[in-house]
Design a protein around this ligand. Structure first.
Ligand code: DGL
Length: 273
């Protein structure tokens, strides 16, 4: 028993980190689909097929709920997965436009996400529903998730660190002027679960006053509520939950990322599908 969590790679660890804080006694099975990533610049059919395969595998492991810790996979596949598994609580991630619109003072909000997320009908509908509340400046961040993915494997490696900084600089420059004055972007939505791991780099580029918004904590709260209404949360159990990590690609990447960001030292299994 436990909660299944998947992403195209290490990015979903930003969601797993929040899930672990919110549900410390729960077991989690996390899969990084690194062998089939990145999702953000692939077509929808690929992302739907992978999401189906990962969900089937996690159900085979007996998970009681599923968290799609990936904006791109949520946009492409959550409706399909929910219709195919009506009994399974499925929680997805989407760019936090609503919280951003609620707090932005300049009403000008930057959104960084994958090309696939920004082009999806799900995202377009969300954007349309908030069109009167703020102006959203969209930036498809080609290459950034991939740079973060490769950068984690070797943090001491100057080329990969440089690649993350260069990608962040390129994308924030394209978004325009950041700041608290009229016409400036005062809020930046991190619409891909990889990007919180580049938050320090982004912060250096956009300055201390701009608000960065990601969805990890909101998704974790939502997961706790869904579990409470669907099944026993196991909260009477005081033992710490177990976290099992798997990758369909380089297990060493996931291992390094989990050590660095979640202080998890366990082994990472490799999946061949
Ligand atoms: N982490 C994923 C997301 O939240 C996408 C990364 C990728 O392009 O594979 O959108």
């Amino acid at each position: 028993m436990g909660v299944g969590v998947f992403d195209s790679g290490v990015g979903g660890l930003s969601v797993l980190r929040a899930l672990r804080a919110e549900l410390p006694h729960h077991n989690f099975i996390y899969i990084a689909d690194s062998g089939h990533a990145p999702y953000g610049e692939r077509d929808q059919a690929h992302v739907i097929a992978r999401s189906r395969a990962l969900t089937a595998h996690l159900l085979g492991q007996g998970v009681q709920a599923l968290v799609i810790a990936c904006n791109t996979a949520t946009a492409a596949a959550i409706d399909v997965l929910r219709s195919e598994h009506p009994q399974l609580p499925i929680i997805g991630v989407e760019p936090a436009l609503k919280p951003a619109a609620a707090t932005s003072k300049t009403r000008r909000i930057g959104v960084m996400a994958t090309r696939s997320t920004l082009g999806s009908s799900r995202f377009r509908a969300l954007l349309g529903s908030l069109a009167t509340q703020a102006e959203f400046v969209l930036q498809p961040c080609d290459g950034l998730a991939d740079a973060i993915e490769r950068g984690v494997a070797n943090t001491a490696n100057p080329p990969t660190a440089t690649e993350i900084i260069a990608a962040c600089a390129r994308h924030t420059r394209a978004l325009g002027q950041f700041g608290l004055k009229d016409g400036e972007i005062d809020t930046l939505v991190l619409g891909c679960t990889h990007y919180p791991f580049a938050a320090a780099v982004l912060r250096d580029l956009i300055g201390p006053d701009v608000q960065l918004v990601d969805t990890g904590e909101a998704v974790a709260r939502q997961t706790r509520l869904r579990l409470a209404s669907a099944v026993s949360t196991g909260e009477s159990d005081s033992a710490p939950g177990r976290i099992s990590l798997f990758s369909t690609g380089q297990a060493t990447h996931l291992r390094a990322a989990a050590q660095r960001w979640l202080q998890l030292d366990g082994p990472v299994g490799t999946l061949h599908f």
